[in-house]
Design a protein around this ligand. Structure first.
Ligand SMILES: C[S@@+](CC[C@H](N)C(=O)[O-])C[C@H]1O[C@@H](n2cnc3c(N)ncnc32)[C@H](O)[C@@H]1O
Length: 232
């Protein structure tokens, strides 16, 4: 049962009750803090990849997994027509409080409107969860595109996380695709139900796009094995 600790953390920060960060870990990495202020970042604090994605956005925009709404707010201020969706109640509440005009509590697969630009940012492929579901999500995203529409999505090639000190890899080939992680989140001593979170390297994303008839081009590389892709 999901507790929406992510949403609770966003609500605490928004309401001035910031005392702790979210703690995340995965099946292949130790605990790491996810600083709450980062989830409320201004344009100038965003990674270059995200800034680029926002600058490429045009027409009507769907911000998928909007979180606190940082990307939507910037676009709205640039007079673009934005709809933001998130599956976290807390996130939707916070995005509304921050001024995002059109926000809905809705998982991506339940969205039915069409858009000129669809944004999935901060490891946008995470929402697909598992490699076997990527085709379904991409097919659905394609249905939500207007003619000449585009999907802007970021992710990372995380194979560096499997490197050991002497440059070898400790990858277990029986484990499946290395970007498929079990993701654990805790906040203020409470544990969220474990989730799946998917990182896709560019070539795998490109191949998956081919299978559903989407073109996939790399817009730019980020600073740490990450990249921004444009699907159309
Ligand atoms: C890593 S956060 C990124 C938030 C925001 N885009 C940002 O960059 O700050 C991922 C967000 O996606 C939302 N999410 C996860 N699965 C989703 C789904 N299937 N449909 C819509 N939102 C989803 C989560 O609730 C969370 O707010």
């Amino acid at each position: 049962m999901k507790k929406d600790l992510f949403g609770k953390a966003l609500l605490d920060y928004q309401n001035g009750n910031y005392s702790e960060d979210i703690i995340t870990s995965t099946n292949i990495s130790d605990e790491d803090a996810l600083p709450l202020p980062y989830l409320f970042r201004a344009f100038s604090e965003m990674p270059k990849l995200e800034q680029k994605a926002l600058k490429l956005a045009k027409g009507s925009v769907l911000d998928v997994g909007c979180g606190s709404g940082s990307h939507s707010l910037w676009l709205q201020n640039k007079a673009l027509k934005v709809k933001a969706i998130d599956s976290s109640e807390g996130a939707v509440e916070v995005a509304k409080m921050r001024g995002v005009l059109n926000v809905e509590l809705k998982p991506l697969l339940e969205e039915t409107e069409t858009f000129d630009t669809i944004l999935l940012l901060m490891n946008g492929t995470g929402i697909f969860q598992e490699l076997k579901d990527v085709g379904n999500y991409l097919k659905h995203l394609k249905l939500l595109l207007n003619p000449e529409g585009q999907i802007l999505i970021d992710s990372s090639d995380i194979s560096y996380m499997y490197e050991d000190d002497d440059g070898g890899m400790w990858l277990d080939l029986n484990q499946g695709y290395p970007g498929e992680l079990d993701y654990f989140l805790s906040y203020k001593g409470e544990k969220e139900a474990p989730m799946k979170w998917l990182y896709l390297d560019f070539e795998t994303l490109k191949t998956a796009c081919l299978t559903v008839g989407l073109k996939c081009e790399k817009v730019m590389d980020g600073e740490h094995f990450d990249y921004l892709a444009r699907l159309y």
